[in-house]
Structures are given as structure tokens and as C-alpha cells.
Write a protein that binds this ligand. Structure first.
Ligand code: FES
Length: 97
């Protein structure tokens, strides 16, 4: 079966809001933030997509990220998130995008 590109039909685990445009996108449990952003036409740079390189490191402005990277230190994690692998523990994660 083809995987539908819609983010509205799958169960949304949390949402990301893009601070600069106000765009709100649901992130299902089986998709990454990067995948959802790209699907919506948002250009994001990635390399490893495994939490190893920080290419996708993005500032967040609100919400509680669940970090799954291997490179950010505790101080960086207060302000940045690697959107290739991070999830959120809050309903909404606001990204500086
Ligand atoms: S693309 Fe390498 S950490 Fe996200």
C-alpha cells in the first residue's frame, strides 16, 4: 500500500508551528519533523538524518522537545533541536523557521 502524504489522516503525535509563517503541521508518530516540513514545501537542509551531524539543527522558541540526537550538549538543547530525529513532549513545538 502506498503511504499517503497527508498528515491529516494519520494520528498526529504533536504539531510544529513555524514562527515566521504561522504554519502549523501535524507530525504523526511514524514521520519525522523534517519529512513533514518537506512535504509542506519547507526547504530544510539535512545530511545524516540520524542525529549525528547537526546540519538540521534548528532553534526552537516554545514547547518541550524530546531530543534524540547524539551531538547537542545540554546548553544547546535549551535552544536548539535536531529536527531530523527529535520529537516533542508538548502538544506544539514552535520552530524558528
Ligand atoms: S541531519 Fe544530521 S543531525 Fe539532523
Amino acid at each position: 500500500m502506498d503511504s499517503a502524504p497527508s498528515t491529516t489522516s494519520a494520528a498526529v503525535e504533536f504539531s510544529v508551528r513555524l514562527a515566521r509563517t504561522g504554519l502549523v503541521l501535524g507530525v504523526p508518530h511514524d514521520r519525522s519533523i523534517v519529512e513533514v516540513l518537506r512535504e509542506a514545501g519547507v526547504d530544510v537542509s539535512t545530511s545524516c538524518e540520524a542525529g549525528l551531524c547537526a546540519t538540521c539543527k534548528t532553534r526552537y522558541l516554545a514547547g518541550t522537545p524530546e531530543h534524540h540526537d547524539f551531538i547537542l550538549n545540554d546548553e544547546e538543547r535549551q535552544r536548539f533541536v535536531t529536527i531530523c530525529c527529535a520529537r516533542a513532549n508538548s502538544d506544539v513545538l514552535v520552530l524558528d523557521l
